[in-house]
Ligand binder design. Structure first.
Ligand SMILES: [Zn+2]
Length: 84
């Protein structure tokens, strides 16, 4: 997590607001940081705002776009859901 959010949970709430029901924090780019995009550390490293609320399904789909392991996980998850 970047400095702005480590420094104050209120900063985090200001940026992302309260957690919607059933949503989890997710990174837009899974290989990048949990960053707010506008604190002194984000400015220093050029980190963009990289977090959003996502459903479990969105998190799985997001990861699958970025890694082979993610693709396997998505496959397992869809098989699991299909078997229900
Ligand atoms: Zn930041």
């Amino acid at each position: 997590m970047c400095w702005g959010w480590r420094e104050s949970f209120q900063n985090f709430l200001n940026d992302l607001h309260e957690r919607p029901a059933g949503m989890n924090i997710d990174r837009i780019d899974p290989y990048s940081h949990y960053s707010c995009g506008h604190c002194k550390e984000c400015d220093a490293y050029g980190w963009p705002a990289n977090c959003k609320w996502a459903t479990r399904q969105e998190q799985i789909a997001n990861r699958s776009k970025h890694s082979l392991k993610g693709m396997l996980l998505e496959r397992i998850a869809s098989d699991f859901l299909a078997a229900k």
